[in-house]
Design a protein around this ligand. Structure first.
Ligand SMILES: [Zn+2]
Length: 417
């Protein structure tokens, strides 16, 4: 008999690893922004402004939305110029919520884009008639559940039956594919269990989920992976399960023509205008390689970023490659570390041939040439004890959870009797 004592969350107990903090990205030039935490009330609270809500419909474009609401195209152009370091507006799809705000002279002053229930980004007119980017994040926490199943047919079909989404199945695949062959090695009746965390604001899901732990029993062997606070995954002995990342997306290193700099001052306006990646002085046609295993999340062509690729490396890591000459991969394609994905170029607004390369960890850009990247090393020894305790606890949860009901766990440890 298994008793579930209410809830368990990834942030609550000492042996547990706290979720990495998600802080709002606010531009330092706007001191008031750091105290605003409720994205929804910003525009409406000013009585002298008017806010138009727009839900993106199939066939909408940003220019059609702007003209429909009477906002100038020249402002849209400036906003896209600001967005080149974020590409947040590239995520628009039917159902996305936008808000356009106008002042009492009916002048367009702000575009808000709701990314999910916890995150909104704003493009706000500045005194010198440019648009400044701000991002606001509500506090979130993670709530976990255990999903279990046994192999009947393919792993994919069995995992869907157990309640996993396609994205979660891809993550599980990535975590264990270097230990076993999902097509060949699994037999009917092999057991698996996965702990999935859901990101929540106070009252609702943001739609983000992540794999906390996975265990797959194949014959007498059990393959496992557990997420650690560094965003990497280790087996129950603390050995890394993911292959290392490459540091450079090129065959050799190139001169850095512009460094990563979250505090960069714009040469003309003097305002803070972050550089969220590094610029490598690659001649046009230089082969570009994915720095890790992953799935192509987006390919696009942006007026300022040029031809670009986003790669999701599963869970915490993402890379981005801009100003490409030629893209050699398709959206949704699965790629290996070191696979050729593009030829570098000079597309979009660019002062000369180069590759702009970004690395994001937990949704935030970091210096790709300096950041800690998975190196296929073991868990740091000072964390080994806590990690192993946590791993055996999660393993017990996965093994003991009832197979019928999927158990929501958060807030406190599960207790057994
Ligand atoms: Zn750049």
């Amino acid at each position: 008999m298994v008793l579930i004592a209410s809830f368990w969350s990834t942030q609550s107990s000492s042996a547990k690893i706290p979720a990495l903090p998600v802080e709002p990205l606010v531009t330092p030039t706007d001191p008031s922004a750091s105290v605003e935490t409720l994205p929804d009330t910003l525009a409406e609270s000013r009585s002298d402004t008017r806010t138009q809500h727009h839900e993106v419909q199939p066939g909408d474009t940003l220019s059609s939305i702007f003209s429909r609401h009477g906002a100038p195209t020249s402002d849209l152009y400036k906003i896209m110029e600001t967005d080149v370091e974020y590409l947040a507006l590239e995520t628009l799809q039917p159902g996305t919520q936008l808000r356009l705000t106008f002042d009492n002279q009916d002048r367009f002053t702000e575009l808000a884009l709701v990314l999910d229930s916890a995150r909104t980004v704003f493009y706000t007119r500045t005194d010198d008639d440019q648009f400044e980017y701000r991002r606001m994040e509500a506090d979130t926490h993670w709530v976990s559940e255990v999903l279990r199943g046994s192999i009947e047919g393919s792993f994919y079909v069995s995992a869907v039956k157990a309640g996993l989404t396609a994205h979660q199945i891809a993550s599980v695949n990535q975590l264990l594919e270097h230990r076993l062959n999902f097509r060949r090695d699994l037999r009917a009746g092999d057991q698996f269990a996965v702990i999935i965390s859901h990101e929540m604001t106070d009252d609702q899901s943001t739609g983000k989920t992540r794999v906390e732990a996975v265990s797959l029993k194949r014959g007498s062997r059990t393959h496992t992976a557990f997420r650690f606070e560094d965003g990497n995954y280790y087996d129950q002995n603390g050995k890394s399960v993911l292959p290392a990342f490459r540091r450079w997306p090129t065959q050799t290193s190139y001169r850095v023509s512009s460094h990563f700099n979250p505090r960069r001052k714009h040469p003309v306006t003097g305002r803070i205008s972050p550089h969220n990646g590094v610029d490598l002085a690659t001649p046009i046609g230089t082969p570009i390689f994915s720095t890790g295993d992953g799935i192509v999340q987006r390919v696009g062509n942006h007026p300022f970023a040029g031809k670009y690729i986003d790669i999701d490396h599963g869970n915490a890591y993402k890379t981005r490659y801009l100003h490409l000459h030629k893209i050699l991969v398709k959206k949704g394609q699965s790629i290996q570390r070191g696979e050729r994905i593009a030829l570098s170029g000079n597309t979009g607004r660019s002062t000369g041939p180069h590759l702009h390369f970004e690395l994001h960890v937990n949704g935030r850009p970091v210096n790709p040439l300096k950041a800690d990247i998975p190196t296929a090393a073991d868990i740091p020894s000072e964390h080994a004890k806590a990690f192993k305790e946590d791993a055996s606890y999660k393993l017990a949860v996965m093994e003991r959870a009832g197979s019928r009901s999927n158990l929501m766990l958060a807030g406190a440890r599960v207790s057994f009797d």
